[in-house]
Design a protein around this ligand. Structure first.
Ligand code: FAD
Length: 424
């Protein structure tokens, strides 16, 4: 075969394989018009970041929130850390959170009066675990960005505690951040407005409220955190709830109050009004509410790494509990929604041979989008999620590589679960 024909044949084959591989991560995007009317369900950090992005793109955004104010559920902590993840080498997981963190920092730097939104001027992350230390160390060496992240050893005069100094790590005050994001004039916020159901009407979506009232939008973004599966029960299996509790400790109860975020398995974040947040428990799908056991856990985790930080008699004066929404791979679900049963039916026979999967685009739900499953990193990860959604919904260039887009594609976790079942 002549060289050019051979090359063409190889290219065609790669293209075919590429297209076939995409069949199990279906995509069929018809960009919305610049002034489309979009409803976002949920005014936490996910909904607010998407609202700001879409409003900046010219869309008319209505944000529906069941609670009396934005940011009262998972995004309702007094303060939360904003840091990348360093645990998994160069995997998409690390890359996603690194890029998200950079975007969050850039957003913060653009804000006027930014100290009221938090402080991204330094955070320490450390561990006594030798294997963790070695993974982090290797990652920092490879990354080689000393202006952003540096290896720090030893910390706090403890010879076995090593860690990482993120020069632009820090904390956000989520409520303030959410309120700032919602100031765009093309965003309308409707609080105490529970969406009972969403119904597809051709390419549009109808939202159903109390007393059967309805309103129709060109597109809907579901950013409803722990309640998302109430609106789409078929997604319940893929959105695991994990209760978390943070404890509030007054600064006067510290011998040395943290001046920046300390992350050590738990975390301590300096916050406004002389209250320091110490977090956080991971308790699974148990009822919400502050418990003494949760408070004791948070303080004991802190005392293990920093025995001299708190006064011996220090006690929490309050706290906050909410559900994190976790996915099986700890990455969020960002992108176009799809019907789980339709998808399973189309892909079922070929999960062990992905190259042979038929086109599954018919399982996609036109003009319904997700920013869900932000887990324990939503204050970092929502910013990139929103930028990716904006690009997908408007047909603009993506802010991430194809690999990262696929790493957060909502279909991937259905697909993986099907593979695991097929292998059993
Ligand atoms: C204890 C704890 C500590 C944490 N610490 C950190 C941290 O330090 N750093 C970090 O990055 N992340 C942290 N997280 C995770 C982070 O808080 C979440 O990832 C993030 O807040 C999720 O935001 P969200 O907008 O997706 O969900 P939420 O903030 O829960 O927002 C969802 C909103 O949707 C509304 N809603 C739901 N259903 C409907 C409906 N049908 N109609 C109308 N409105 C509806 C809800 O009322 C809610 O306001 C922590 C979480 C917890 C619980």
């Amino acid at each position: 075969m002549p060289a050019t024909t051979l090359k063409q044949a190889q290219t065609d084959s790669v293209k075919r394989r590429g297209n076939a591989a995409k069949n199990w991560l279906p995509e069929k995007i018809s960009p919305l018009s610049a002034n489309a009317r979009v409803a976002i369900i949920g005014a936490g950090i996910s909904g607010a970041t998407v609202a700001a992005e879409l409003a900046s793109a010219g869309m008319l955004v209505t944000l529906f929130e069941a609670m009396p104010e934005p940011a009262m559920m998972a995004s309702g902590n007094l303060a939360g850390s904003c840091l990348p993840v360093v645990d998994r080498g160069n995997a998409p997981y690390n890359q996603w959170y690194w890029q998200s963190w950079r975007l969050a920092c850039q957003w913060w730097e653009r804000q006027e009066d930014r100290q009221s939104l938090g402080d991204l001027s330094g955070a320490f992350k450390w561990s006594r675990n030798a294997s963790k230390q070695s993974t982090w160390h290797q990652w920092i060496e490879e990354l080689n960005q000393p202006a952003l992240v540096q290896w720090q050893a030893p910390l706090y005069n403890a010879p076995d505690i090593y860690g990482v100094h993120f020069k632009q790590g820090g904390y956000f005050v989520p409520k303030q951040v959410v309120n700032r994001l919602l100031t765009h004039p093309r965003i309308q916020l409707r609080t105490q407005c529970l969406v009972h159901a969403i119904q597809q009407e051709g390419h549009a979506w109808c939202l159903v409220f109390d007393q059967g009232l309805t309103e129709t939008f060109d597109a809907v973004v579901l950013a409803a955190g722990a309640s998302a599966a109430d609106l789409l029960p078929e997604w319940k299996d893929y959105l695991q709830l994990n209760k978390g509790q943070v404890s509030h400790v007054l600064s006067r109860d510290w011998l040395s109050p943290p001046k920046m975020v300390l992350s050590y398995g738990g975390y301590a974040t300096p916050a406004a009004d002389d209250v320091i947040c110490v977090g956080a428990t991971f308790e699974g799908n148990v009822p919400l509410g502050l418990t003494q056991a949760g408070q004791a856990h948070n303080l004991s985790l802190l005392r293990q790494v920093l025995p001299q930080a708190l006064k011996p008699e220090a006690q929490p004066v309050g706290g906050h509990s909410a559900y994190r929404v976790m996915t099986s791979d700890h990455l969020p679900l960002v992108g176009q929604a799809l019907s789980v049963p339709d998808y399973q039916e189309r892909i079922g026979a070929c999960v062990l041979h992905p190259d042979t999967c038929p086109d599954a685009t018919a399982a996609l739900k036109s003009n319904l989008w997700f920013s869900l499953g932000q887990g324990s990193r939503g204050l970092t990860s929502s910013f990139l999620s929103a930028a990716l959604l904006r690009a997908q919904m408007t047909g603009q260039a993506l802010p991430v590589s194809d690999k990262l887009k696929q790493a957060v594609h909502p279909a991937r976790i259905i697909f993986r679960q099907m593979v695991q079942k097929a292998l059993k």
